[in-house]
Write a protein that binds this ligand. Structure first.
Ligand SMILES: [Zn+2]
Length: 213
């Protein structure tokens, strides 16, 4: 299994300001960790502790319904210097929704995130990476950035963590990669306990994706 999604070859032709498939160019080597599907009371707190321990910043693409349930945790993520992104309200199958329903999922979560960090706009990451052309056109016209990823940790696959680590070591992430992970299971935590010290030793700085304007 290769962590670089095939779909990316097409998406990379779109401007990064519409649909980000890599982090911004900055001095030094950077990796952009992203966590989808939280906040989760069972896993997110330990993940935040681990990130703080390694002085790592990241981006969290939150599910609106979970923000309603665990608002304190969402506030903690923002307070610790990570950025919040929009991962829909209920994580539905977007391809089975109308455009109006898709936009409603996004708008509901925008309002919730605004209540947490006070920002008017957040980058959107579609559930399961499903992008439809009408949705893409609508988001571009609203100047709402879509944050995709360039590197899939495969942490949601049912493969054991040592096997995932082996794959990641065989195909290591590169400067500017946006790494897809999830904080609704302990896999990301187990992976990062090994990977964060190794990446730091290789000179990588772990950064949050830029805020949406
Ligand atoms: Zn998701």
């Amino acid at each position: 299994m290769n962590p670089r999604p095939r779909r990316l070859k097409l998406l990379r032709f779109l401007p990064n300001g519409w649909l980000a498939t890599s982090g911004p160019a900055v001095a030094g080597r950077s990796l952009y960790l992203t966590f989808d599907d939280g906040p989760h009371p069972g896993f997110t707190p330990a993940l935040l502790d681990l990130l703080a321990e390694h002085d790592a910043k990241a981006s969290f693409f939150l599910v609106g319904r979970e923000v309603e349930r665990h608002g304190g945790l969402a506030r903690r993520i923002a307070a610790e210097g990570h950025t919040l992104g929009n991962h829909s309200y209920s994580h539905p199958l977007f391809e089975s929704l109308t455009l109006a329903q898709q936009m409603d999922e996004i708008a509901r979560t925008e309002r919730l995130l605004h209540g947490i960090d006070g920002r008017a706009r957040h980058a959107f990451r579609p559930p399961r990476g499903v992008l439809t052309l009408p949705m893409l056109a609508r988001l571009v016209s609203r100047r709402q950035r879509i944050d995709y990823w360039s590197y899939d940790s495969l942490d949601y696959s049912r493969r054991p963590v040592p096997e995932l680590l082996e794959t990641i070591r065989r195909y290591p992430p590169r400067d500017g990669d946006i790494i897809l992970m999830h904080d609704d299971s302990e896999h990301s935590l187990q992976l990062l306990r090994e990977l964060l010290p190794a990446w730091k030793a290789q000179g990588f700085v772990l950064r949050a994706l830029p805020l949406a304007h």
